[in-house]
Design a protein around this ligand. Structure first.
Ligand code: HEM
Length: 498
């Protein structure tokens, strides 16, 4: 009996192996798939970082390749031309919807970032338009919010510079301020840094990200495993984080609704969304509901501040490691800004070396090398390949940012690569938009992110010097793996320059 079962099991494996490898001859090229484990052996053998593994495999299988990540079918894009052409298509405008991302919205298809379908387009266009009316994306408003936060950051760094010889551990330094920037955009008022609500939100968000690190890639490869090992794979912690974040957002909604005139004289994005919910209350179908609103807020603050604060943590790390580049930037900035001043986006073209350095920060500190995959909404025929409906399509921007063909010395921090013979930014600078995606599903916050990072980097490097700790090994640039990459916490010496 036992022997018969083993023979049956092996036969099923062999048949599934043959079928899986022959099933779709028009599928983009990829390595041989094994039953149950798919391409995990080839991925794990290529590199421990998944985006580096895909980068290496793409050198063998090309700019469009298909992989089976455990049980999960996927198409991976690795060249700029393929990304631009395919991601711009409406048919590839969905979002992979599985595992933790489904749990995040209580198993429902809600919000802007991790959902797909009719409501997604409506909510994104609404958010883009209305946020702009309240200053998001408008240079002056964003700059005035950032200026206040930058004064706080400088205050903090001045204290650091005066204590313990300026020695400091860089870990989550930017988070509070940059969460505040996004929250101010949504709620229409700035929280003080002592406000417990700001700290609570930060704590809950860290809890969510922490829970994602437990299971890592295993949960993506085999989503059902999180139900079998809920503690080990962080599922229980994640449920707790989600429940608390929704509790926080429910209180926030009640607070906005309690203001008389929130619907007749809206003062913020949150007010105007709630006014739309009220206006649509009797409609048979609407994208504007409390449930949708909570997930939209969740999307915005989660996508909005870990990204910029981790990019800034990389930016300062690159200064610590590249003292000559830092000195060149400071030479340019000293001639332009008096000590203590805050930079403005309007100056970008007047300080080309610094602008090139910011591009280099986005290239080398690429915090979302392998962004959340798209999903095909219909069958897609592309360059002779067939990609069936409901296939996740991911773009690996790491392949662009670290391409030897494009950059020659991709591992070095060298702003000069973005400057033309006339000393101005060259065409390659435009390539950095790829870090924010392409087409209808591209990043909603790119302008805010560009403004935040440019202003924070320029202001801090003008006013402080960041040095390695003497007689200690230099900090590593190897990132901490997570949904969004961050540098490992590092020690540095901060010196005030005024
Ligand atoms: C360094 C900073 C940032 C980077 C590198 C970044 C990158 C990205 C990427 C790669 C995507 C996926 C694009 C695609 O599928 O084509 C994305 C989507 C998104 N980002 Fe950002 N982002 C940043 C900052 C922000 C900020 C500040 C906000 C808002 C406050 C934001 C809000 C969003 C939203 C809502 C989406 C989902 C858009 C959709 O699915 O239609 N991001 N971002």
């Amino acid at each position: 009996m036992f022997t018969a079962l083993v023979v049956l099991f092996l036969s099923v494996l062999i048949v599934s192996f043959i079928l899986d490898n022959l099933k779709n001859s028009k599928r983009p090229p990829g390595p041989v798939r094994y039953p149950i484990i798919g391409n995990l052996p080839q991925i794990l053998a290529a590199d421990k970082y998944v985006y580096k593994a895909y980068f290496k495999l793409a050198k063998i299988y090309g700019g469009i390749m298909s992989l089976k990540v455990g049980s999960q079918e996927m198409v991976i894009l690795s060249t700029l031309d393929v990304m631009k052409e395919l991601l711009d298509k409406d048919e590839v405008g969905g979002r992979m919807w599985t595992g933790v991302l489904v749990d995040r919205a209580n198993g429902k298809n809600l919000g802007i970032a991790f959902s797909q379908g009719r409501h997604q387009g409506i909510l994104k266009v609404f958010a883009q338009k209305k946020l702009r009316e309240f200053g998001f994306g408008k240079r002056e408003s964003m700059e005035s919010i950032m200026s206040i936060e930058l004064q706080e950051m400088m205050e903090g760094l001045r204290k650091v510079a005066k204590t313990n010889g300026g020695k400091h551990r860089m870990e989550r330094f930017f988070q509070l301020s940059l969460l505040n920037v996004v929250w101010t955009m949504l709620a229409g008022k700035r929280y003080s840094h002592d406000d417990p609500r700001l700290h609570k939100l930060l704590k809950l968000n860290s809890m969510w990200f922490q829970s994602g690190n437990f299971g890592g890639g295993i949960v993506i490869a085999y989503p059902f495993l999180r139900f079998l090992f809920p503690n080990l794979l962080g599922y229980n912690l994640q449920k707790e984080a989600n429940a608390k974040i929704y509790e926080f957002l429910t209180e926030m909604i009640a607070e906005h609704r309690s203001r008389e005139g929130y619907d007749t004289d809206p003062q913020s994005f949150n007010d105007i969304f709630l006014a739309q919910i009220k206006a649509d209350a009797d409609k048979e179908w609407t994208a504007f509901t409390d449930e949708q609103f909570k997930v939209v807020c969740y999307d915005m603050f989660q996508a909005g501040f870990e990204t910029t604060s981790n990019t800034m943590a990389f930016a300062i790390l690159f200064m610590v490691l590249n003292q000559e580049v830092q000195a060149k930037i400071q030479k340019e900035l000293d001639a332009f800004y008096p000590a203590g001043s805050v930079a403005s986006m309007n100056d970008r073209d007047k300080i080309p070396y610094t602008s090139a350095a910011v591009h280099e920060v986005f290239r080398l500190g690429n915090i979302l090398p392998f962004s959340d995959p798209r999903n095909t909404m219909e069958d897609v025929n592309f360059r002779g390949y067939f990609i069936p409906k409901d296939t996740p399509v991911a773009f690996n921007s790491f392949s662009i940012m670290r391409s030897e063909e494009l950059w020659g010395d991709p591992e070095n921090f060298r702003p000069e690569r973005f400057l033309g013979p006339d000393g101005k930014l060259n065409e390659k600078a435009k390539m950095m938009h790829i870090g924010f995606g392409v087409g209808k599903r591209s990043c909603l916050g790119e302008t805010l992110a560009q403004t935040t990072v440019f202003m924070a980097f320029t202001t801090l490097v003008r006013n402080f010097k960041f040095e390695p700790v003497p007689n200690k090994p230099l900090p590593t640039t190897e990132p901490v793996m997570g949904i969004i990459l961050s540098p490992q916490p590092y020690d540095l010496i901060v010196k005030a320059r005024d």
